[in-house]
Design a protein around this ligand. Structure first.
Ligand code: TNX
Length: 523
């Protein structure tokens, strides 16, 4: 199973689950029951049509430590649960429907791993489990390449299978704007036209987003919106040129790539009227999220004081609307407080970084990047000193836009591997993705409760299709879930690789593409 459960006790015998198996549960568990039946069918093809065999119960669990961190929905839901398989049947219990749902998710994995000829022979076992962190997510760039609602649903399904509970949608960036703001129609009419390069654009209508948010909620996943400000706003300036600085500056790489040096300006009234319009339109589209992500990253060409002033005022506008603030780690350069969350990402050791690609960059770019990364060393400690908690999203371990370091056994995937992922970071293996610890590897963090949780990130500069996307998400996503959920803080490769290998029958059934790493004996 992935993530590894807190406590597992093996017993004697087996229970054989077949299509004649079914679930007995109280009516308040109807949601988790129908989700489970549907998911088992999609994972394995097995239709559970019986009425007995699996019993569900609302009951507290205190054999494992309570969770640390904060939830993206602002609730304090206890997700601890138990799962017992005996020769007589299966029992899943927990204090809340969500806890029972998590236990059923474990059962889904056990069934998939044991399925043969229409039945699953499950070894008798008793599992008690609960998450290490409350916020367990994926940050998903839908700007550089637009991914439509069907693909987003597939990603939500992946998150749910690994007990991840946050989908952070990066809805705006230089290359596009993907969310409707009726009072500012040009954001989608103009700003959503394109993506990176000549890729097609797109956006989610309010109705599509409502469906996505609902789909996620049914799987206990909260969708957190990101409006990236004050930098990464080229699409805003294309839609509303009057918001742009008088003189637009861009560093052109000459190879189709460029870095805009323009940002929304905090000293202009138009800027704030715009930000308020956006917040007023976006917040109601994400009713489950207690947070709004305000971006705040990489404000190239903006003075530090302007960046700090912008972040502070944008944060105040979010708080005034009853929401909490989350932003990339750079928001710590303005004043943040104990209810805010900063997302730590810049973990690359810049002193050891391979600047071998530097000759291809215009000469003023490298010093700008290096200065940014040097300053970034202070962000996490500064946030913590202000009582602001962190999400651990370190580039080194959970940026899924790093090229795959493991080769694939599939020749077509080996071809794709050459173009997928940003060369700049260097390749990362599957083992790299799990050989770290969120507490130990986040600067300044000394205790679990300084972290709200862990978020992986997928940026789509090199990703052209749904297939590319899935190739970069899998098999890395379960590794991020292992770090975000499992109370076992150290993992060894052979046992992890064996658990990973058990995932492939489900992925095949679900038609999810994955990188066929030669380091794993896929089934
Ligand atoms: C930095 S991570 C960015 C993104 C890029 C990413 C590529 C972050 C907050 N900003 O705009 O897509 O690097 O890894």
């Amino acid at each position: 199973m992935i993530p590894a459960p807190a406590k597992t006790t093996a017993a004697d015998g087996t229970y054989t689950l077949t299509t004649a198996t079914g679930i007995a549960a109280a009516p308040d568990l109807a949601g988790p029951v129908s989700r489970f039946i549907e998911d088992v069918a999609l994972d394995t093809g097995l239709e559970l049509t019986g009425t007995a065999g699996i019993t569900l119960a609302i009951e507290p669990v205190d054999e494992v430590a309570p969770v640390a961190g904060l939830r993206a929905d602002g609730e304090a839901v206890d997700e601890r649960h138990g799962l017992e398989i005996t020769t007589d049947g299966i029992r899943v219990w927990g204090p809340t429907p969500e806890a029972v749902h998590r236990g059923l998710t474990s059962l889904r994995q056990l069934i998939s791993a044991q399925l043969q000829d229409g039945s699953a022979v499950l070894p008798a076992t008793r599992i008690v489990d609960g998450p290490r962190f409350a916020w367990r997510g994926l940050s998903f760039d839908v700007v550089r390449t637009f991914h439509g609602p069907d693909e987003v649903r597939r990603v939500i399904d992946m998150l749910a299978l690994y007990k991840l509970n946050v989908l952070h949608l990066h809805l705006t960036d230089d290359q596009g704007w993907r969310v409707e703001v009726p009072s500012r129609p040009a954001l989608t009419e103009v700003g959503a036209r394109g993506a990176l390069g000549d890729r097609p654009g797109g956006y989610y209508s309010q109705a599509e987003l409502a469906e996505l948010v609902q789909y996620a909620a049914e799987r206990y996943v909260t969708v957190v919106p990101e409006i990236d400000m004050p930098g990464h706003t080229t699409a805003v300036f294309a839609a509303y040129p009057e918001l742009a600085p008088a003189e637009l500056r861009t560093i052109d790489f000459g190879d189709g790539n460029s870095i805009p040096l323009n940002a929304l300006q905090p000293d202009r009234a138009e800027t704030w009227a715009f930000v308020e319009d956006v917040l007023d339109a976006v917040i109601p589209q994400f009713p489950q999220s207690a947070y709004v992500h305000i971006g705040g990253d990489e404000t190239w060409g903006m003075a530090d004081e302007d960046h700090a002033a912008f972040v502070e005022q944008a944060a105040a506008l979010v708080r005034a609307r009853g929401k909490r603030v989350v932003g990339w780690q750079e928001i710590a350069r303005g004043a943040t407080g104990p209810d805010d969350v900063a997302q730590y990402w810049i973990s690359i050791d810049i002193d050891a970084m391979d600047t071998g690609n530097a000759p291809r960059l215009p000469e003023d770019v490298l010093p700008m990047l290096l200065e940014h990364f040097q300053k970034a060393k202070l962000d996490a400690p500064k946030a913590l000193a202000a009582g602001t908690r962190l999400i651990a999203s370190p580039t080194t371990w959970v940026y899924f836009d790093r090229p795959h370091g493991d080769p694939s056994s599939d020749p077509a995937q080996e071809e794709a591997r050459k173009r997928l992922g940003l060369e700049f970071y260097g390749p990362a293996t599957l083992w790299d993705g799990i050989s770290w610890d969120p507490v130990e590897n986040t600067p300044g963090v000394t205790s679990t409760d300084q972290l709200v949780g862990v978020e992986a990130a997928i940026w789509c500069e090199t990703i052209l299709s749904s297939e590319d996307l899935e190739l970069m998400l899998l098999p890395r996503l379960p590794g991020a879930a292992e770090k975000a959920w499992s109370q076992h803080t150290s993992v060894d490769w052979p046992t992890y690789a064996a658990r990973l290998a058990q995932q492939s029958p489900t992925w095949r059934h679900r038609t999810w593409t994955w990188h066929h790493s030669t380091e794993v004996n896929w089934r």
